[in-house]
Write a protein that binds this ligand. Structure first.
Ligand code: PPS
Length: 570
């Protein structure tokens, strides 16, 4: 297949009004109802307005939506695999009438576009999930978003672009299709091989992209996604620094970098086709599609959602119509004797082959172990290590839970002193009573208020953890579900160690240091944990402490030993 094609569907859409028309539109829209776009919608609208989603000229209407779900086609017959919808909640939808115009605003309240609400309907989300993701399992990130996060009503209609969505980061690396096509034209690039990625690039990626471009006698576009990717991915700031570093490795004038503000759906095969359409709109002639392209990970039973080559197959089936060529990704492995990377299908049994899996790479990062130069460039590893320090430099939270009077505060204080002796990190103690005085003074002890209290503690602790500090929390935290939420909030930022101070109710009541149990028994305090409010024992505590057999000092010591074995202290 040759060079530079027309955009998908024939025309490159550009929905931005000229300067004076945009000013008029802003005045007209003063009386319009306003919708604040969600993070995903902000990504989608940018790519509709600038033509990356050509031929779309707005959010899908029902006939297009139906066609996309059923056979990956818009009502016009043009191939389009992913539904692009403006989802809103029922009350907002009910306030609208078909035919009226609304203002769409970004998170700062700036009007990005106006939209004619041509159609309003309630989708069957399960049917959508089954068509687009070939799965209705909520563990699939795309299904999860659709079922648990997307609003229930869809609005379809054409858009008028008022102001391009604002980005404060990497402005010079963000391009519209017009701009990128212009760059290719200026450079005289007729064949452009695009590389889609949501990960940092190492030597294997360098080798495969370099080979792909050379094989097709084309130039290379590194086109990483910086919109929404998969939870747990390396943040885009770190990645962009890595891409800038790797750019220097390619022969001069052969390769360029541009950032794509796409909200990925992790829809595997359908997503690969979508990526092809988008890259064609950007003026690329080839797209590298790998094994398990845009894959969502594994199902709960360990099976993959899609076959490893399903994305390539679906792309190939429509390649002619898409008018962008597939470059199948060949897995590259390091052949030690040759001291170079080669495609896996060129290896022979006598070769000494080396690879490092993603899991192994993360383990080495976490444990601060060596990562060999054959795997990645030192400059890239330096960038990644800055953001992903080894465990002994990461923050963590020690979260005590237990009945009132169980000894949480005493152990927490003993631990605090021991950690201060060790030094190296800032420490904050979020004791139950302290928090109730400073952070949650207006809250009582209803289930709702306790949950709010614990989530506040969790949020503060997650910020401390993210910034490399130590948070020691010691609330009662009686409910399992809330503790689980706190764990989720913190674990993505560093360590979370749940310590159950398992002193029995009888012992706590016999001690009754604050006289609260007596008051609770007398009915003077209501909703008292253990008396007339439940305490749900943790199922997944890292440490369980029996205060009858362990002094506070020894309990603190046990926690230190645990921290050492996990690698958080040296
Ligand atoms: S919770 O459930 O986690 O929000 O509770 P927490 O904020 O840790 O509670 C802090 C202290 O409040 C005192 N207190 C009560 N506890 C339980 N139930 C009721 N109704 C209640 N009313 C007051 C109690 O002394 C808790 O402190 P600790 O240090 O646990 O004894």
């Amino acid at each position: 297949m040759g060079a530079f094609k027309e955009p998908h569907g024939g025309t490159l859409v550009d929905l931005f009004l000229g300067e004076s028309a945009a000013e008029e539109e802003k005045i007209k829209a003063i009386d319009y109802k306003s919708w604040d776009l969600t993070e995903r919608q902000q990504c989608d609208i940018e790519l509709i307005l600038n033509g990356a989603f050509s031929p779309l000229d707005g959010f899908l209407k029902q006939a297009d939506y139906k066609g996309v779900l059923e056979d990956m086609r818009l009502a016009s017959g043009v191939i389009w695999p992913i539904p692009i919808n403006l989802d809103v909640p029922e009350p907002f939808a009910e306030s609208l009438e078909e035919g009226e115009w609304i203002a769409l605003r970004d998170s700062e309240g700036v009007m990005v576009a106006t939209m004619e609400v041509e159609e309003i309907w309630t989708p069957d989300k399960e049917a959508e999930a089954a068509s687009v993701f070939a799965s209705t399992l909520e563990e699939h990130p795309g299904v999860d978003y659709l079922v648990n996060h997307a609003n229930n009503v869809y609005l379809g209609g054409r858009l008028r672009g008022v102001e391009p969505p604002m980005h404060y980061d990497y402005k010079l690396l963000r391009d519209s299709p017009q701009e990128l096509r212009g760059r290719f034209r200026k450079l005289g690039w007729r064949k452009v091989v695009a590389f889609q990625t949501r990960n940092p690039m190492h030597r294997a990626h360098y080798e495969l992209t370099f080979r792909a471009a050379r094989q097709h006698e084309g130039n290379l576009l590194l086109h990483p996604v910086v919109g929404m990717t998969k939870k747990g991915d390396v943040d885009h700031f770190t990645r962009v620094r890595c891409y800038e570093r790797i750019l220097d490795k390619y022969p001069e004038q052969t390769t360029t970098l541009s950032l794509l503000n796409l909200a990925m759906r992790m829809a595997g095969p359908r997503e690969a086709v979508w990526h092809g359409i988008i890259r064609k709109n950007y003026g690329c002639t080839h797209l590298i599609v790998g094994r398990d392209h845009a894959g969502p990970g594994k199902q709960p039973d360990g099976q993959p959602y899609y076959g490893p080559y399903e994305a390539q197959e679906l792309f190939t089936k429509h390649e002619k119509e898409l008018e962008i060529s597939l470059v199948p990704f060949q897995q590259m492995v390091y052949a030690e004797d040759k001291a170079q990377y080669i495609p896996v299908d060129e290896t022979t049994p006598d070769m000494r082959i080396k690879t490092i899996t993603g899991t192994e790479f993360r383990r080495r990062l976490t444990e601060g172990l060596d990562i060999p130069e054959w795997f990645s460039y030192p400059e890239i590893l330096e960038e990644i290590r800055k953001m992903y320090p080894p465990r002994h430099k990461q923050g963590f939270t020690i979260f005590f839970t237990g009945l009132s009077g169980s000894g949480k505060s005493t152990i927490a204080n003993a631990l605090l002193v021991k950690l201060l002796e060790l030094g190296g990190r800032q420490i904050t103690l979020l004791d139950g009573d302290l928090v109730r005085k400073n952070l949650s003074s207006e809250l009582g002890f209803s289930k709702e208020h306790r949950n709010l209290n614990i989530l506040r503690i969790g949020w503060v602790a997650s910020e401390i953890t993210k910034n490399g500090g130590i948070a020691i929390c010691a609330p009662i935290a009686p409910y399992q579900a809330t503790r689980r939420k706190v764990r989720q909030m913190i674990e993505s930022n560093g360590g979370f160690i749940l310590v159950h101070v398992a002193t029995s109710l009888e012992v706590c009541e016999a001690r009754d240091r604050k006289g609260l149990y007596a008051k609770a028994r007398a009915g003077l305090i209501k909703e008292f944990t253990g008396i007339d409010d439940p305490y749900e024992e943790p199922e997944t505590a890292e440490i369980v402490i029996d205060t009858q057999s362990l002094s506070p000092e020894l309990a603190a010591h046990r926690i230190l030993v645990k921290l050492e074995s996990l690698g958080f202290i040296k």
